[in-house]
Ligand binder design. Structure first.
Ligand code: 4AD
Length: 466
């Protein structure tokens, strides 16, 4: 007996003797008048389940096989043979079907063989991976994560694990979750009434990271090409379809590089990832195209084949003002672009991905490099048709005096950022990087309408169960 995955069985990888064992969960069972049962079994290794043909001669046919329902777990052994049925190349003629786990009450089993609403499936996040959609999204997510590491590895980048617990607010936006071992009911307080964090675990007030960027800059200024890929936390109270409180971010950082090199890297990176999905997950993408987003495959192909357009922020404002379209939010130099503006630029005006560069300095983070005009910074956002902003990045301010002035402007205490300033004091170089929100990428590839379906267990305001 050779245990094989459903993926290998469906590909017809027949071992010597032709006998295989597959293990998985029942999707459907159909009984024929001829005294056979057709049991579709999925183990999640690929999109399709395999058909197990169980004959009435099996000793547990009447007692067990004929009672199998969706969700039961089974171990099926038999001969792998070319299938007569449509839509699959191979099936298993079973010589044994062992039931390893029954479904307690088939009537109330949440994952029935029918379409469920995504809202409902979010309430059973622990069982939704058994559906076609979440199986596909999970495998696509995995494929993308592998491609992320491969892309960087092939180009000589090193993966840096940056800390999750930190004292610094990398984005200076004050959206951090506090980490503390202090007893909330008996918080130690100083004379001024403020909480005395010196008695806390780390001896300082600490938070969950909002970005690994500042830490990865240190490694960039030693290993030249680096990236982080890890969990990131933001306590922004945005109960939207685009925001998570816990998401994964990919942040490459390159030394001796400017904003143009950064934009080139972002373009190569996204195209590489989309190519990988199309090449490696054709089965799942075909399902997405059939059930979720009709043009799921063609739009990725179009993305890969289109050179990104680069537009200066100031020019983008001019274009939006002349668009002749009524936007909900005002368009004015100095204001940030809203999703409706970004989508107009990328979808209606250009019709392909756009990199908007050189934003007003006062709407961007303190670490971004001040341009010679004194009023913009070397920042970029990559906008994609169908989603808007997907990547945010910048060239970093490498001049200590300018960085200090920017920190003062943002009200940041240089004492807090001593180590970050050191990177400018000891062999600083121009360097740049960007951040790609991993779930935004999954949303885009899978044509999802809510980011909560792009991560296994979403964390959002009021939502931390499972
Ligand atoms: O634009 P952001 O805030 O940039 C940074 O954090 C920089 N430190 C990146 C860098 O230059 N190394 O965030 C980067 C990306 C966004 O473009 C978006 O894709 C994603 O992170 N993102 C979120 N994704 C899900 N939920 C949220 N709440 C997100 N906030 C940002």
């Amino acid at each position: 007996m050779t245990v094989v995955s459903v993926e290998h069985a469906l590909a017809g990888r027949i071992p010597a003797g032709g006998e295989v064992t597959v293990r998985g969960w029942v999707r459907t069972r159909r009984d024929s008048k001829a005294g056979l049962s057709f049991v579709n079994v999925s183990d999640g290794s690929c999109f399709a389940p395999i058909q197990v043909v169980a004959p009435a001669a099996l000793p547990n046919y009447e007692s067990e096989v004929k009672h199998l329902t969706a969700g039961c777990s089974v171990i099926a052994t038999g001969t792998l043979v070319p299938s007569q049925g449509q839509g699959q190349a191979f099936e298993i003629q079973a010589s044994a079907v062992e039931v390893t786990g029954w479904v307690e009450d088939p009537e109330t089993y949440p994952i029935q063989p029918k379409a469920h609403s995504l809202e409902f499936l979010r309430e059973v996040a622990h069982l939704r991976p058994r559906t076609n959609l979440f199986g596909a999204v999970t495998r696509i997510r995995h494929c993308l994560a592998q491609a992320v590491h491969r892309f960087f590895h092939e180009r000589g980048f090193y993966w840096i694990s940056t800390p999750i617990i930190t004292t610094s607010d990398a984005e200076g936006a004050g959206q951090m979750f506090r980490v503390s071992t202090l007893d909330l009911a008996n918080l130690p307080r100083g004379k001024d009434g403020a909480v005395d964090f010196s008695r806390d675990f780390f001896g300082k007030e600490t938070f969950l990271t909002v970005s690994g960027q500042l830490n990865v800059e240190g490694y960039c200024l030693a290993l030249s090409k680096v990236y982080t890929f890890g969990p990131t936390f933001r306590a922004e109270n945005s109960n939207t379809t685009r925001h998570l409180a816990e998401f994964w971010m990919i942040e490459p950082e390159i030394a001796f590089a400017d904003l143009a090199a950064d934009a080139d890297l972002a373009e190569d990176f996204l195209k590489y990832l989309f190519r990988a999905v199309l090449d490696e997950r054709a089965d799942d993408m075909a399902f997405i195209a059939e059930r979720v987003q009709k043009d799921a495959v063609t739009r990725l192909e179009a993305f890969i084949n289109a050179p990104f357009e680069r537009i200066d922020y100031s020019d983008a404002i001019g274009l939006l003002q002349k668009a002749g379209k009524k936007f909900e939010f005002p368009v004015e130099w100095g204001l940030d672009l809203q999703t409706e503006h970004e989508r107009w630029l990328t979808e209606e005006h250009v019709g392909r991905p756009v990199v908007v560069m050189n934003y007003p300095e006062h709407i961007k983070a303190f670490y971004m490099r001040l341009n010679d005009d004194g009023r913009t910074v070397a920042a970029m956002d990559v906008l994609a048709p169908g989603i808007g902003e997907i990547i945010g990045g910048s060239q970093r301010e490498e001049r200590l005096d300018v960085l200090d002035a920017r920190m003062a402007q943002f009200g940041l205490d240089p004492e807090h950022y001593g180590w970050y300033r050191d990177l400018r004091r000891y062999g600083g170089v121009p360097h740049a990087g960007f951040g790609l929100g991993f779930e935004r990428l999954v949303v885009y590839v899978c044509g999802l309408s809510n980011i909560r379906d792009a991560i296994p267990y979403p964390r959002a305001p009021g939502n931390a169960e499972f």
